[in-house]
Design a protein around this ligand. Structure first.
Ligand SMILES: C[S@@+](CC[C@H](N)C(=O)[O-])C[C@H]1O[C@@H](n2cnc3c(N)ncnc32)[C@H](O)[C@@H]1O
Length: 431
């Protein structure tokens, strides 16, 4: 069993910590700003982002940790030390402190706040994460729009946003690959580990067994423990199990959700799948979704596996005038920007006015704070796309999912799920 974390100041500031960093961490811990006061103390970004090289302690971690654990359920709203810490966090975030820097216990400041039961501090970290991720997304879209003369065609207020984003980029450039937008079904790698890209995944060979589908690097593409999530997703997309619905599913995997959709006797059932091995598996005579299934539809083309990447297939569906009552999206090896592109650019054209859209919500599922941040980010981006999101939270049975390499994770390279609750999104058009 892992030994308990020592949150004391001597344990968190190492003996070989550079003097300036040590000084800052001690001041934060003691809430002592000398004659300059809190605002001026963090007058430059380097101070707000410094980190003990051995323990990874940042001023954010120190400000939270110095509050100590909350008493029971009460997170200490009345506690003056939390009030002070909230102010310190506020200043630190204004000065460019990074919300998701991890320390040597693999904890972000928000993780420390959650563990100590300090909910108001945790919420402040979530809000900072949401702001940072929204800014990143904005920055990405500007980068796509303007490459050469980047500021030339922008309105004045947009230039300000861009300039702020540039500054943020400079701040965060020092961080490692963990900073990328989370993948839909993949744990952001620990430092030094690589993330599988969509192209690499689509070229890898896959292995099916009854419990899971893994790629050649033993990344879990789909696993049977997710069956309950698929079942809930179908119930959310097609309430009362009404027959005759037009369904689009993106990503076949183990065909778990498609099996459930098929039970509902849809009038149209289209499956988009890009991986050659999955397509081969689908075409086998014993496959439930092979040629005989395609022929069994109420009309030609009603039941179909559409081979290729959704990015290539979906424009053709739109062009052909296809409209669906229920759309589900669950791919692998793609990051959040792809999901966002799908619901912003394609769902409005493909979904019936009173239809429902959902996706596998594995965004940031390797740690609670990332999951909470991405819940809010998705909700805001959906609103931009004219979609309301309703979340249904359900328990995930963690009895066999708790330990890396054990239980369900045996033979799988990394746990991509660590949370005891799943937050299921159901998106509908606003108004
Ligand atoms: C997590 S699995 C889907 C699991 C499925 N929901 C089920 O119930 O079994 C993801 C699937 O998406 C496919 N995929 C990945 N990228 C894709 C893309 N760009 N277009 C279409 N399919 C893709 C993968 O090959 C894989 O079969």
């Amino acid at each position: 069993m892992a030994s308990p974390i020592d949150d004391s100041l001597p344990a968190r500031v190492s003996s070989d910590c550079p003097e300036q960093t040590r000084d800052i961490l001690y001041h934060v811990w003691g809430r002592d700003w000398g004659s300059v006061g809190l605002k001026k103390f963090f007058d430059d970004r380097d101070k707000a982002t410094c980190q003990d090289p051995k323990t990874g302690e940042t001023p954010l971690h120190a400000a939270i940790r110095s509050c100590g654990p909350a008493n029971g359920e009460d997170d200490g709203e009345e506690d003056g030390s939390v009030e002070e810490a909230l102010e310190i966090l506020h200043e630190l975030f204004l000065s460019g402190a990074i919300w998701n820097d991890v320390d040597n216990n693999n904890e972000t400041p928000g993780c420390v706040a959650w563990r100590l039961g300090r909910k108001s501090l945790y919420n402040q970290c979530v809000d900072a994460g949401v702001r940072a991720e929204l800014l990143f997304a904005l920055m990405d879209s500007y980068e796509q729009l303007s490459s050469d003369n980047e500021y030339e065609e922008m309105a004045e207020d947009e230039v300000e946003v861009e300039a702020e984003a540039d500054q943020k980029e400079a701040t965060e450039a020092e961080q490692d690959d963990d900073e990328e937008a989370p993948q839909l079904k993949f744990v952001p790698p620990s430092a030094g580990e690589k993330t599988v890209t969509s192209d690499q995944y689509l070229e890898s060979s896959l292995t099916y067994d009854p419990e899971k589908l893994v790629d050649s690097d033993r990344n879990g593409v789909m696993m049977a423990w997710e069956t309950d999530i698929m079942k809930r997703s179908v119930e959310a997309l097609i309430p009362d199990a009404q027959p005759g619905k037009r369904i689009l599913n993106i990503g076949f995997g183990m065909g778990i959700i498609d099996g459930m959709f098929a039970e509902l006797k849809p009038s149209r059932h289209h499956i988009i799948e890009a991986h050659p091995s999955v397509l081969e598996h689908l075409a086998k005579p014993e496959s439930r979704f092979g040629p005989s299934w395609e022929k069994s539809g109420p009309e030609v083309g009603a039941f179909e596996v559409l081979p290729g990447k959704w990015q290539d297939v979906v424009p053709k569906l739109l062009q052909a005038g296809e409209v669906y009552d229920a759309i589900y999206f669950d791919t692998f090896g793609e990051d959040y920007s792809q999901l966002r592109t799908f619901f912003s650019e394609w769902v409005p054209g493909l979904l019936e006015q009173d239809g429902r859209f959902s996706f596998f919500n594995g965004l940031g599922a390797d740690r609670r704070i990332c999951y909470d941040v991405y819940t809010k980010v998705v909700e805001m981006h959906c609103a931009d796309a004219g979609l309301d999101v309703e979340w249904e939270e359900s328990d995930v049975d963690m009895s066999n999912l708790g330990e890396e390499g054990k239980g369900e994770w045996e033979g799988v390279r990394r746990r991509y799920w660590t949370l005891d609750k799943y937050r299921l999104p159901t998106c509908t058009f606003m108004g």
